[in-house]
Design a protein around this ligand. Structure first.
Ligand SMILES: [Zn+2]
Length: 76
């Protein structure tokens, strides 16, 4: 049985593209799960120490875990 030289070049290409496709699918799944998990989080930014933190429940003011200052949310 004779193997065409073009097939020897195409086989690694197919493996590489399959690997890239699998990596893209895994990336999408991971990002989707992370966004879904953080969907209800509210982001706060401390006005005195610039620490960024998130709270699960939306409150008008949330205490900074680093310095204790009360801050307003920056994202709905
Ligand atoms: Zn702070």
């Amino acid at each position: 049985m004779q193997v065409h030289p073009l097939h020897l070049l195409a086989l690694p290409l197919v493996f590489a593209l399959s690997g890239l496709f699998a990596a893209a699918v895994a990336y999408d799944v991971i990002i989707f799960r992370r966004r879904h998990r953080n969907r209800n989080n509210v982001i706060y930014r401390c006005s005195s120490c610039h620490h960024i933190y998130a709270e699960v429940h939306r409150t008008p003011l949330a205490r900074c875990p680093k310095c204790g200052k009360q801050n307003e949310p920056v994202r709905e």
